[in-house]
Design a protein around this ligand. Structure first.
Ligand code: NAP
Length: 492
């Protein structure tokens, strides 16, 4: 079948998903693909996050594009800088710099009569037939509202705005926040700080996860035989863990969730000797309600004499340090805010306007959602990768994005083959999806009574609420009855 390979594509964001979309489009022969990136280089979250101890808690060979295996990973779980290098390397291998424009933060996407006009803050204006938004989820750092923060006489750093020149050795360091980031920072800094205080508003359940380095012999074997890499990527035990985890998420009273709860409870009981410290570290909500923390050593680290777990609550910051609600002043040289991200923004603050003036902001006024996490009514040929209501959890978002791309490709086939000029979900299908999704999301472990970045403004998890198997099935074959296909360019 002949295909139109001259459609204009704009891909927004040169992180993991945007790199994927750009490669796939060019591989399919599309000649007019533009990749816009707000920052100075590719990498997304791995470019933004460079804090000490940054590590991916998904096995490195599973957190790799299926079409670009990497024999060089140094360990089972890769350190952040290696992942950034991988994305830089893939970008070079697939010549993406030819189509990439850096320093181009998109500030509007406007649809009119079959054409998307995309503008950037730096002054670019592009016309596109198709827009792929691959802007990521966690890229607007959340600064906590703590009284007196600006009065601190030492240094304050947010984990996602890391400055490598900040002195760490021999410093009195306070880490605020106990998500994946805070826990990794504490593990990495305990031996470097003279005193480390971990301020926890909510303690976390910790899943023990050893990290094993790969030897040079193993890497040589991976280079020679890619089947060895696949054996790790598709390791039945790893996949069984992912399956157990995603089943547990959607069925909080299932055997799978009880197994997870038992593992993390045993980890706490057996991992922390001092009963007072153990109780400080015990969460009062269910395991996996917040994103589970995977750590090989957090409990060992916090038992060191120069590490302090502070659960009294922060009253305010003073020039000399953090004063907690019990009146104690914790004197510090450096405060690290591991306080997370505004996770409901996606492409926003860019202003996105669809057909008939439809406003993305208005559509997302109660919560961000997209049909099957991909499409919105009245936003023709406008697709999300790792957008709202997609699967999130302790598994590979690269696998998620690759499956989503397979779905988008099938939608695009309708356009490139000339069957239609535009495609987007119908309003009716979107409403049906949103209702069913919201209902199911209320029953997931994420809604079992804790705060987390998974929850939307309305308190309902913004995530895929069904099994990973169902996600894979849905992505494999779009239900075209749910889509509106129009030829907008026919004369009226
Ligand atoms: P996060 O999970 O949102 O955690 C933020 C932490 O800051 C929470 O402990 C929160 O406490 C605390 N906090 C926020 N505001 C506060 C305030 N005003 N006072 C005191 N504490 C405050 O953020 P994150 O740790 O950066 O992780 C975000 C996500 O990034 C993760 O869930 C994960 O998806 C991803 N990540 C992944 C990896 C990996 O290894 N793959 C590593 C790092 C991050 P409450 O819980 O009480 O709200």
């Amino acid at each position: 079948m002949r295909r139109n390979l001259d459609l204009a594509y704009v891909v927004i964001g040169a992180g993991m998903s945007g790199i994927l979309a750009s490669i796939r489009l060019r591989e399919a022969g599309h000649r007019n693909v533009t990749l816009l990136e707000k920052a100075h280089t590719v990498g997304g979250t791995w470019r933004e996050n460079r804090y000490p101890g940054l590590n991916c808690d998904v096995p490195a060979h599973a957190y790799t594009y299926s079409f670009a295996p990497n024999a060089e990973w140094s360990s089972y779980l890769a350190p952040g800088p290696e992942i950034q290098d991988y994305f830089e390397d893939v970008t070079a291998r697939f010549d993406l710099r030819e189509i990439a424009h850096f320093g181009q933060e998109v500030d509007s996407c406007t649809y009119d009569d079959g054409v998307w006009t995309v503008t950037t803050k730096a002054g670019m204006t592009l016309e596109a037939d198709v827009v792929i938004t691959a802007t990521g989820v966690l890229h607007h750092p959340r600064m906590p509202e703590i009284e007196g923060l600006e009065s601190f006489a030492g240094t304050i750093a947010h984990s996602a705005r890391w400055d490598e020149t900040i002195p760490l050795d021999g410093q009195r360091i306070g880490v605020v926040g106990s998500g994946s980031t805070g826990v990794q920072l504490v593990s990495a800094l305990a031996d470097r700080a003279s005193q480390l205080s971990h301020f926890q508003r909510s303690p976390q359940w910790i899943m023990p996860m050893p990290n094993i380095p790969y030897s040079e012999e193993q890497r040589a074997a991976f280079r020679k035989d890619p089947a060895l890499i696949d054996a790790i990527r598709y390791d039945p035990e790893y996949l069984a863990n992912v399956f157990r985890f995603t089943e547990g998420i959607i069925k909080p009273d299932s055997e799978e969730m009880h197994i997870i709860e038992t593992i993390v409870r045993d980890n706490l009981e057996q991992g922390v000797a001092d009963p007072v410290l153990r109780e400080k570290l015990r969460p009062d909500y269910r395991a996996a309600c917040k994103r589970l923390i995977f750590s090989p050593d957090y409990y060992q680290v916090v038992q060191q004499h120069d590490v302090d777990i502070v659960i009294e609550g922060i009253e305010r910051v003073e020039p000399a340090g953090i004063r907690t609600k019990d009146g104690v002043l914790h004197e510090l040289d450096l405060i690290i805010l591991a306080t997370g991200f505004h996770a409901d923004r996606f492409i926003r603050p860019a202003v996105v306007t669809g057909r008939g003036g439809a406003s993305l902001d208005a559509m997302w006024s109660s919560h961000a959602a997209a049909y099957n996490a991909i499409s919105l009514p009245d936003f023709p040929n406008f697709f999300f990768l790792n957008g709202p209501t997609g699967p999130v959890g302790n598994f590979s978002l690269i696998d998620v994005a690759e499956r989503q791309w397979g779905y988008i490709e099938q939608l695009l086939d309708k356009v490139t083959s000339g069957e239609c000029a535009e495609i987007c979900v119908t309003g009716e299908a979107m409403a049906r999806y949103d209702e069913a999704r919201t209902e199911a999301a209320r029953g997931t472990i994420f809604a079992s009574g804790c705060s987390s970045w998974y929850l939307g403004k309305d308190g309902v998890p913004m995530t895929w609420p069904w099994s990973y198997g169902r996600f894979a099935e849905v992505m494999a074959a779009p239900d075209f009855a749910d889509f509106e296909m129009v030829d907008a360019r026919l004369p009226a």
